[in-house]
Design a protein around this ligand. Structure first.
Ligand SMILES: C[S@@+](CC[C@H](N)C(=O)[O-])C[C@H]1O[C@@H](n2cnc3c(N)ncnc32)[C@H](O)[C@@H]1O
Length: 478
């Protein structure tokens, strides 16, 4: 059986040229993916296959799946459902092979030219070769398949919430640094870093800051060996950009002074932080706190959060995500709502404003402090935020015999797992489950269905356009 989360192994790299695309008559298709861009690939076992391979579907991870003549599954990077390709095998695993498109015999109508000049090499995103509507269709099909595989054929149709923009929607972007201190993303299925000077997925402000940093030989050489990762965050309200530098070592006073001077000469962002909380540079007193103003569902409010803590990266679609979740909560007319994995109050604050008594649970102290701030700043008086591991806090709530009319959960990719079994003990009549991984989501939903909940509806939200990542919101009733 094919698992949802097949991952690539470490690759030895060599360069091959991306093939020209041919239609069934063998003519080159202009304006598609053909050209001089290059993929890097494993030199081991890279056997070109002359047998055309039909791509049946996209799997979680973004590869196209086909069946080889001998019955083995082939997972093909860069291939789209409905296409016929010639395959170059890069890895042989037990039961399946992985490979790259060597040539396209028949291209899918959804295939487009990737807009990003780094796309063929960079692993930062992997669906740019399909148009946005097709990406969402493929993601929805993957969710449907994960549900089916988990035995949850209870929703006949899945809803979908499209991304408003194909590019420029990320207001938070994390990059690694190479040995020369240049920022970039890892190559697909590799630890080799591809240096980039811009990322089409990121907001305009982040791209200005990234270009300033990446083209400064002095800044990059100072970063080399000192800084492992960078995170840019653009404030959706002011457009100011905060840069957070992540390093294993602490900075002594001399080094801080030195880097502060460098940034003052080349201020690539409005505020620069050495994690956790050392401010190295501030333009015009800019502080490392970000804000967003929301108007939806008859509510108006403002949220603030510090750079370096979690906040939904796609700020333009986040308002719609929150509205969707709030509507699902409102429908069950709750008095009490438990918001698990609450971050800095992205859902808790609108829940409170909608008149529900909210309890939030989150283990990042800084986020909880800002959740409380946000609640207060928006005029809420009755709220409770618990700092700690959701698994532990759930056990405590159950032991105390607490009850909630509705539970909302928004865990990281790993999902809630075993602790899902504790939710029915809080007696919620509705559970709204938000997830960024369809496989763990299907697993957790399966646990809830097994204890008597019904899956009412599920919406796929395209929070991560151009990438294989999939956000989904499930609504369950008892
Ligand atoms: C996907 S984010 C969602 C945050 C929030 N709901 C939002 O929309 O901004 C997951 C959050 O869960 C927190 N988290 C992850 N694992 C946790 C755990 N075991 N216990 C408590 N919080 C956890 C993270 O710090 C993060 O804030």
């Amino acid at each position: 059986m094919l698992h949802c989360c097949l991952t690539g192994a470490a690759y030895e790299t060599a360069v091959i040229t991306i093939p020209k695309i041919h239609n069934t008559e063998g003519h080159c298709l202009p304006g598609r993916n053909a050209g001089s861009a290059q993929y890097r690939m494993n030199t081991n076992q890279n056997q070109p296959s002359e047998t055309p391979l039909f791509i049946e579907k996209l799997v979680h991870g973004g590869q196209g799946l086909g069946h080889l003549a001998e019955g083995k599954i082939a997972l093909v990077t860069g291939a789209l459902p409905g296409e016929t390709v010639l395959l170059r095998v890069t890895q042989r695993k037990q039961g399946y092979v992985e490979g790259l498109v060597r040539d396209i015999v028949a291209a899918a109508p959804e295939r487009i030219s990737p807009a990003c000049p780094y796309y063929a090499d960079c692993g930062g995103c992997n669906l740019q070769h399909a148009d946005l509507a097709a990406q969402l269709r493929m993601k929805t099909a993957i969710v449907a398949e994960c549900l089916t595989r988990a035995g949850l054929n209870t929703v006949s149709e899945l809803a979908a919430l499209p991304a408003p923009e194909a590019f420029g929607s990320r207001h938070r972007l994390r990059l690694h640094l190479d040995a020369a201190g240049r920022p970039g993303f890892f190559q697909r299925a590799s630890k080799r870093l591809v240096p980039v000077q811009r990322c089409l997925l990121a907001s305009a402000g982040i791209n200005r800051a990234l270009a300033g940093l990446a083209t400064s030989a002095k800044l990059c050489s100072w970063f080399a060996g000192r800084v492992q990762e960078l995170e840019f965050a653009e404030c959706p309200e002011s457009g100011r950009v905060v840069l957070v530098l992540y390093a294993r070592k602490t900075l002594n006073a001399g080094a801080r002074k030195e880097v502060a001077l460098r940034f003052a000469r080349e201020p690539c962002a409005d505020c620069i932080l050495w994690r956790p909380n050392v401010v190295l540079y501030q333009r015009d007193g800019a502080v490392p706190v970000l804000h967003q103003h929301f108007v939806h569902s008859g509510l108006e409010y403002r949220l603030s959060w510090p750079a370096g803590t979690f906040f939904q990266a796609n700020t333009s679609l986040n308002g719609q995500l929150v509205a969707l979740v709030l509507e699902a909560v409102r429908e069950c007319q709750p008095q009490t709502v438990l918001d698990l994995f609450c971050g800095s109050g992205n859902f808790s604050v609108p829940f409170g404003l909608a008149g529900f008594q909210v309890t939030g649970v989150e283990w990042a102290k800084a986020s909880v402090q800002w959740a409380e701030n946000n609640a207060r700043q928006n005029g809420l008086r009755h709220f409770s935020f618990l700092v700690g591991d959701v698994n532990r806090k759930l056990e405590q709530l159950v032991t105390r015999g607490q009850r909630f009319d509705c539970v909302v959960l928004d865990p990281p990719r790993t999902g809630l797992g075993k602790a899902t079994a504790l939710l029915p003990k809080l007696a919620p009549r509705r559970i709204v489950s938000i997830s960024c991984d369809p496989a763990t989501h299907a697993r957790d939903l399966g646990l809830l269905l097994a204890v008597g909940y019904r899956l009412e509806r599920l919406t796929v939200v395209d929070m991560f356009p151009q990438t294989h990542h999939i956000e989904s919101v499930a609504v369950l009733n008892r």
